[in-house]
Design a protein around this ligand. Structure first.
Ligand code: SAM
Length: 288
């Protein structure tokens, strides 16, 4: 089927048509600004993280490369199971917090590299690793090129975490769809579309990589100190233009629920996708 639909170009078109598609935004600055809030939220998702790591083939002798490692939600617990981890991220702010988290856990086997994956040269910046992972970090315009580099860097396994369908922030319920449409325009409520694992999967298939996919239901919860904290966090995480702050406030008042502990929570059901493939070397799974 390769060539009938060019999934990579289709995705590029979808992304370049979006105001929210981070086209105009400086992604490094944006993640530097989000780092503190992101760290507070992400590092709380311990149970989810444990379940995700349990799906990975990790060996005490392995090296693991984490692309778009953020503040180390996965790198930190993985470093406790393997020989060494290389954490790459474009954002110095995110990596600074990863290093703090590493010190708190008394780990010394994570090397941080501040670089965009697009700019990384294998053999110069990074050597091949046994396992390469990327979790919610493959927003590059040229996804195929990024995937080719990932495949070339992995000696044994690749694991990519993403969402199935629109992600947990978008369009799960009618109110959400209307809100995103009001914020970003007529068609732009679909701006989460390019994150759907199915595009990545189709690109891999055209690259003759026939990956495994596991879809899991997940409950997604984010809690905020108060309305002001929620407004600040959403504005940063979703690039909500300042002139839409009132609309955002109105929406949050409607959708956030008090949790009885004095915080306001956003809860949605979501579906996570784990896409993985085996590169070679010894496998722990049985062959047919
Ligand atoms: C949503 S966070 C995910 C963090 C972490 N992987 C996790 O699952 O908690 C996305 C991270 O990917 C990084 N990122 C996005 N695009 C990148 C790129 N092209 N090169 C390097 N890092 C990138 C961002 O800076 C951010 O820290």
């Amino acid at each position: 089927m390769a060539g009938i639909i060019n999934w990579n170009e289709l995705r590029k078109m979808a992304m370049s048509g979006l105001r929210h598609g981070r086209r105009d935004e400086d992604p490094i600055k944006a993640w530097d600004e989000r780092a503190k809030k992101f760290n507070e939220r992400a590092m709380r998702h311990k149970k989810l993280t444990e379940l995700q790591i349990a799906k990975m083939h990790l060996d005490p002798e392995y090296s693991v490369l984490d692309i778009g490692a953020g503040t180390g939600r996965l790198s930190i617990p993985i470093a406790k199971k393997v020989k060494k981890v290389t954490a790459i991220d474009q954002s110095g702010g995110m990596l600074a917090l990863l290093e703090e988290n590493m010190q708190k856990e008394e780990l010394d086997n994570i090397t941080c590299l501040q670089k965009r994956w697009e700019d990384v040269v294998i053999g110069r910046d990074v050597e091949p690793h046994d396992v390469v992972i990327a979790s919610h970090s493959l927003g590059m315009l040229d996804l195929q090129k990024a995937l080719e580099k990932i495949d070339a860097t992995a000696k044994r396994y690749v694991y990519i975490l993403g969402s199935a369908g629109l992600d947990s922030w978008m369009n799960r319920e009618d109110d959400d769809a209307k809100f995103w449409k009001d914020i970003f325009g007529q068609n732009e409520h679909l701006h989460g579309w390019h994150w759907d694992y199915i595009l990545l999967y189709n690109i891999l298939h055209d690259m003759k990589i026939y990956a495994n996919v596991e879809i899991e239901d997940s409950k997604f919860e984010h809690c905020y100190e108060d309305l002001e904290d929620a407004v600040k966090s959403w504005s940063l995480m979703h690039n909500i233009p300042p002139d839409k702050t009132d609309l955002l406030k109105e929406h949050l008042v409607k959708i956030l629920k008090e949790n009885g502990e004095g915080t306001l929570c956003y809860r949605r059901k979501s579906k996570n996708a784990l896409i993985w493939w085996h590169k070679g070397g010894e496998t722990k799974s049985e062959s047919w």
